[in-house]
Structure formats: structure tokens, C-alpha cells
Design a protein around this ligand. Structure first.
Ligand code: GDP
Ligand code: MG
Length: 297
């Protein structure tokens, strides 16, 4: 069996999570129209008769703003240097900008194949797609350029064929029925966070974190308690909503996604807690899973 690690690199919002889900065929990464949705490296695994691909989703390479931003950036660099192939994803409707040049500069220092994936081609007519491909051709000596629509699953098969041709390892890293190596409580928290992103506006997303505090497995159901953490009182108000309507809606939608994940009925209890400036709190970052960076308590 041929296998390998594939790094997904690209600015926020270009469609990395959507592509990952399209390739894996399951929801392994949450997606959103708000930038910086992905906070952890999420591995999606795709196994067929003769190949295994292990995908590493990056939070995007961007300018760090606070401590959390810095950690995200570290993860992005880690990814670039630690994989066998890089998928550099761009959004065809966005102008080439500083952000892209920044990424291309980083890619100049890596010695592995880089595949340019031009996403969201469903949004433009054919002639313009070809023009864009030409623009990118001049920037860097990409191994391959593959235009796709992650959202409409257009040309994903072609991308998979291209990827297969770049894999060189000779080992099966994971069982064939595994499609992620994330613990189930992390996946549950991510699904809740996705519903919050879907249902709220600009001011909320960046300061929200979900901690799954309890998963109690009963005979044919699971009792889940999770806390949504925000850094301001007014955000708590928004999340609870009038008569608790918002939190109820978040819970209902999340439950509908969590039940197929666990294959059980789910009773989901959500709480909202205010912790001021949580993003800069080292201890707190530790508790929500950024353990690999070893903050001192
Ligand atoms: P990420 O930040 O790179 O992980 O981006 P996401 O996967 O979260 O996608 C950002 C937004 O772009 C979401 O609203 C997606 O639905 C949308 N999107 C992703 N791929 C496509 C595509 O191929 N076509 C269109 N029209 N929208 C897409
Ligand atoms: Mg993402």
C-alpha cells in the first residue's frame, strides 16, 4: 500500500475544510464563511484499495494578533515542514494578495511537491478560470495545478489521482475504517462550535470556545454536557438569546449532527460561561487542548 502525509495550506476561508470533507466523504472539519474557523490541526484519513492519504488541515497562514494567533501560525509552519506533499489552496474569486505571496515565499524553502489547487471555480466562467491559472503559473513552479470546486465536488477525483501519484511511503498508518484520529469529545465540541458560527454574526465567532465537560454513555443514549466560553457578557446574551431561543437552536442543530457521529440518541445540555480575555490565558489554552506547546502553569 502506498501512503503519505498531505498538508493543506492556504489563507483563511479559501475552502480547506470543505475540501477535506469532500475528499474524506465525512464531516471531519467544520466549515464557515468566517475566517479562522479551524483552530486545530485536524487529520482526515482517506483509505482505498491501494492508497492511504493522511490529511493535515492548517488554520491558515496569517498574521498573528494574540497568543492564540501565534500558536495557530506555529502550527501552520509545522505542517509545511512535516509532510510529503503540499496542497496550496487558493480562492479563484480573490485577488492575488500579500497573503498569497507570503505563502509562496514559504513554499520556496520547502523541498517537496507543491500542488496548486484553485478552488471555487463554480463561481466563475471558463475563460476567467483559464486566465487565473496563467497568473498563478508565473509565480511558482508548481508540480501540478488542479482547478476544483470543493463545494460542488467538481474535479475532486482528478485531484485524488494527482495526489496518489505523489505518495511514496509503503505502510498503512491507520486502520481502513478510521477517518480521523481526533477524540470524539473534540469532534462533538467542533460540531457545536460550527452551529454557533452558522447562527451568529461577526462579533461572536472569534471569541468562542467549546469545552465538552461530560459524555455519559447510557444503554442507548449519551448525555452530553458542554460549555460555550466567551470573553464578554454581551456575547453571552447573544448566545443565550431571547427566552433562551438561540442556545436552544444551537443545541438542536448540534444534536442532529452528533447523533449520526455517535450512532446513539443524544441529550445535549449547553451552558454559556464568561471568561474575560480567555484567548490570552495560558492556563486556559492548556485546558482546551493546546497541550503540545507546554505552557507553564
Ligand atoms: P477554510 O477556512 O479554508 O477551512 O474554509 P472553509 O472550508 O471553512 O470555507 C469557507 C467558505 O467558503 C465556506 O462558506 C464554504 O462553504 C465556502 N466554499 C468552500 N469551497 C467552496 C467552493 O468550491 N465553491 C463555493 N462557491 N464556496 C466554497
Ligand atoms: Mg477551516
Amino acid at each position: 500500500m502506498r501512503s503519505g502525509f498531505i498538508g493543506l495550506v492556504g489563507r483563511p476561508n479559501v475552502g480547506k475544510s470543505t475540501l477535506l470533507n469532500a475528499i474524506i466523504g465525512k464531516k471531519v472539519a467544520i466549515t464557515s464563511d468566517k475566517p479562522q474557523t479551524t483552530r486545530n490541526i485536524i487529520e482526515g484519513i482517506r483509505t482505498d484499495e491501494d492508497t492511504q492519504m493522511v490529511f493535515v488541515d492548517t488554520p491558515g497562514i496569517h498574521k498573528p494578533q494574540n497568543r492564540l494567533g501565534k500558536i495557530l501560525n506555529k502550527q501552520a509552519y509545522f505542517t509545511v515542514n512535516d509532510v510529503d506533499v503540499i496542497l496550496f489552496l487558493v480562492d479563484i474569486t480573490e485577488k492575488l494578495g500579500k497573503g498569497d505571496m507570503f505563502v509562496i515565499d514559504i513554499l520556496k524553502n520547502v523541498n517537496i511537491p507543491v500542488i496548486l489547487v484553485i478552488n471555487k471555480i463554480d463561481k466563475l466562467p471558463k475563460e476567467e478560470i483559464l486566465k487565473k491559472i496563467d497568473e498563478y503559473k508565473d509565480l511558482y513552479n508548481f508540480d501540478e495545478i488542479v482547478p476544483i470546486s470543493a463545494y460542488k465536488h467538481d474535479n475532486i477525483d482528478r485531484l485524488i489521482e494527482v495526489l496518489k501519484s505523489k505518495l511514496t511511503d509503503n505502510i498503512k498508518y491507520y486502520d481502513e475504517d478510521m477517518y480521523t484520529d481526533k477524540p470524539v469529545n473534540f469532534m462533538v465540541g467542533e460540531l457545536i462550535r460550527e452551529k454557533i458560527l452558522d447562527l451568529t454574526h461577526e462579533e461572536v465567532p472569534h471569541s468562542v470556545s467549546v469545552v465538552v465537560e461530560q459524555m455519559d454513555y447510557k444503554k442507548d443514549a449519551v448525555d452530553i454536557k458542554a460549555t460555550i466560553i466567551v470573553d464578554r457578557e454581551n456575547l453571552k446574551k447573544i448566545l443565550v438569546g431571547k427566552n433562551g431561543n438561540m442556545i436552544k437552536e444551537i443545541g438542536t442543530r448540534a444534536r442532529l449532527d452528533i447523533e449520526p457521529l455517535l450512532n446513539k440518541n443524544v441529550y445535549l445540555e449547553l451552558f454559556v460561561k464568561v471568561i474575560p480575555r480567555w484567548r490570552d490565558r495560558e492556563k486556559f489554552l492548556n485546558e482546551i487542548g493546546f497541550k503540545e506547546f507546554n505552557f507553564d502553569k
